[in-house]
Ligand binder design. Structure first.
Ligand SMILES: NC(=O)c1ccc[n+]([C@@H]2O[C@H](COP(=O)([O-])OP(=O)(O)OC[C@H]3O[C@@H](n4cnc5c(N)ncnc54)[C@H](OP(=O)(O)O)[C@@H]3O)[C@@H](O)[C@H]2O)c1
Length: 364
C-alpha cells in the first residue's frame, strides 16, 4: 500500500486550478462494519471526463465523490483492488471495475452483493443512478488480455452512448435524413457512432465527419465515415439533402453554421457533448430543427422494455465487441503513473491538446 491516500481535486469554478491533497495512510482510513477500502489501480481519461467537470453542477457529477467546499473530484471509469475489508461478502484482493474518483483510494459500502457485482451505497452515493453505482467483481486469474483491459474503461462507457444514439436514430427512421453530420468526428464517442452507423451502410444515411484540420487524416484512416471535412468547410456541403446533425463538440459557432447552411433541410439536431467546452454556446432561434439534448437512459429504458434486459445486453455486447476489435487498431494506449503524470494529462485535455489516436490510462 502507498504511504498516504491522495485525491486530485479541481476548482469547480475555475477548472484550470487543480491540485493533489493528501489524506491519512490507507491503514488509518476509518472503516465502518460493512465497508471496504479500495486502491485505485488505473483509469481512463478523455474529454468526457472534462465534460463531467464542466457540467458538474448542472448534472450533479460532483455529488459522487465530494471534496472540500468549492472543489470537486472528477469521476473516471477504471479498476481498483480491495485492500481492506470489513464487509463479510467481499474479500481483500478482489478486483473491481466501475466508476471511481481521481484518487488513490476510495471507501465503499457494498450492498446487493452477487458473485459478479455489487452496488456501492456509501453515504450520498445511495441516491445516485445505479448505472454509476454498480461495480463488476472480476474473477481473479481471468484478467482480460491487456489491450481489452484498457479498452474497456477507455471506450466502453462512451460506446454505450454511441450504440444508443445509433439505435435511437434508426428507431426514428433517421428523421428522413439522407446524410448524418457528426461534429467532433475524431472523438471516441463520435467515431463510435460513425462505426455503428457504418454497419447499416445500405439502410442508413451517408455519414459525414467534421473535425479540426489536424485531425482529418486520423478520422479518414478509420474508414467509417463516408467523407471527412474541416469545420470551415460547411459551406461546401450539399444543402439540398435532408440532413441530421449529432453534435459532440458543443461549439455554438459551428452548430450555427450548420443550421444556417441547411435551414429547413436540417431535420434533426442532437446535442451530445461539449468536447470544445470553452467555445461559445449556440444562439437561440436557429433555422431548422430545434437543438435538443440526447438522454441515453431514455433509449436504454425503452429498449430494455422491448428487448428485455438480456436481449439489450446481448445486442450491446455484440456491437461493442465488433467495435472494440476495430478500435484496438485505431487507438494506442499510453500509460501514465503518479500524480504528476495525471496532472499533466488533465491540463492537456482541458486545454484541448488531444491526440485522438491516443488513449490515456492513468495510475495514481
Ligand atoms: N451525453 C452523453 O451521454 C455522453 C456520453 C459520452 C460522451 N459524451 C460527450 O461527447 C464528447 C466527446 O467525448 P470523448 O471522451 O469521446 O472525447 P475524446 O475522445 O477525448 O475526443 C477529443 C476530441 O475533442 C476535440 N477537442 C477537444 N478539445 C478541443 C479544443 N479545445 N478545441 C478543439 N477541439 C477539441 C477534438 O476533436 P475534433 O477535432 O474532432 O473536434 C478531440 O479529438 C464529450 O463532451 C463527452 O462528454 C456525452
Amino acid at each position: 500500500m502507498t504511504a498516504a491516500t491522495q485525491d486530485f481535486i479541481v476548482n469547480r469554478t475555475d477548472l484550470t486550478q487543480a491540485r493533489w491533497v493528501r489524506g491519512p495512510a490507507p491503514t488509518e482510513v476509518a472503516l465502518d462494519q460493512g465497508q471496504v477500502l479500495v486502491e485505485i489501480e488505473k483509469f481512463a481519461f478523455t474529454a468526457n471526463n472534462i465534460t463531467y467537470a464542466v457540467a458538474g453542477d448542472m448534472l450533479n457529477y460532483w455529488a459522487f465523490f465530494p471534496a472540500e467546499a468549492g472543489w470537486g473530484r472528477i469521476p473516471v471509469w477504471g479498476y481498483a483492488t480491495v485492500v481492506r475489508s470489513r464487509c463479510d461478502e467481499i474479500a481483500e484482493g478482489g478486483r473491481l471495475y466501475g466508476y471511481f474518483p481521481m484518487s488513490s483510494h476510495l471507501v465503499m459500502q457494498p450492498e446487493s452483493v452477487t458473485p459478479g457485482s455489487f452496488l456501492d451505497l456509501y453515504q450520498q452515493r445511495r441516491e445516485l443512478h445505479p448505472v454509476y453505482n454498480t461495480y463488476s467483481r472480476l474473477q481473479s486469474g481471468s484478467a482480460a488480455p491487456s489491450v481489452l483491459d484498457d479498452l474497456r474503461p477507455l471506450l466502453s462507457p462512451l460506446y454505450t452512448t454511441s450504440f444508443l444514439i445509433d439505435d435511437w436514430l434508426a428507431d426514428n427512421d433517421f428523421f428522413g435524413a439522407t446524410q448524418a453530420l457528426l461534429l467532433s468526428a475524431s472523438s471516441k464517442t463520435g467515431f463510435g457512432l460513425a462505426f455503428a452507423l457504418s454497419q447499416r451502410r445500405s439502410q442508413g444515411p451517408a455519414v459525414l465527419g467534421l473535425t479540426s484540420p489536424g485531425n482529418i487524416a486520423f478520422v479518414e484512416s478509420l474508414g467509417c465515415y463516408d467523407s471527412v471535412l474541416a469545420y470551415d468547410s460547411i459551406a461546401t456541403l450539399d444543402a439540398s439533402r435532408s440532413t441530421l446533425v449529432v453534435d459532440f463538440a458543443g461549439d455554438g459557432d459551428v452548430l450555427a453554421s450548420v443550421h444556417r447552411h441547411f435551414g429547413d433541410g436540417l431535420v434533426e439536431s442532437t446535442q451530445v457533448g461539449l468536447s470544445h467546452w470553452d467555445a461559445p454556446r449556440p444562439p437561440a432561434d436557429l433555422p431548422g430543427a430545434k437543438p435538443h439534448l440526447f438522454f441515453a437512459p431514455d433509449q436504454a429504458r425503452k429498449r430494455m422494455q422491448e428487448w428485455g434486459r438480456e436481449g439489450f445486453d446481448t445486442r450491446l455486447g455484440e456491437s461493442w465487441r465488433a467495435f472494440a476489435a476495430r478500435a484496438a487498431d485505431w487507438i494506442s494506449i499510453e500509460h501514465g503513473t503518479g500524480p504528476d503524470a495525471i496532472s499533466k494529462v488533465y491540463s492537456e485535455t482541458l486545454a484541448g491538446h488531444i491526440n485522438p489516436a491516443v488513449g490515456n490510462m492513468l495510475s495514481p
